[in-house]
Design a protein around this ligand. Sequence first.
Ligand SMILES: [Fe+2]
Length: 151
Amino acid sequence: MNRLELIDEMHLLEAEHGRVREIAEQLPKFCLRTDENTPCASCGSLLVAQCANTVTNSLVVLQSFSTMHFAHEEKIMRMACPGHDFDRRFATHIADHGALTSELARISSQESSTSPAGMIGKLAQLLEHWLRNHLAFHDEALTAYLERSCR
Ligand SMILES: [Fe+2]
């Protein structure tokens, strides 16, 4: 990958990270009752159905987006860092992609047995981890590495 291609890919990745921030900001706004014991009990059936729909749509968006985004990021890592140094540098980052993917699948499997508000709370927690741990640690380190590679 030449320098200009790498800069283009970094811009694309930053736009994708912006999408994660957007989803993380929007999702908790759908329900303010996620801390209650039975958070959907005080809402009418129409509102609960709308929230259930929001959860289903959010799961579809998050699963397809994360699959695309993690594959994109890992492709760039491989292109920017060929050879024996790759595993040492990126193994824990890629493992965290796997952990986020597994956690999303685990939350998704609870959809039929969890209230919409409960699901929104779980997804909001996952996204918070994604932003606070993954993006702030692994993705920032990747960006710094790519920036050094571009010089
Ligand atoms: Fe990442």
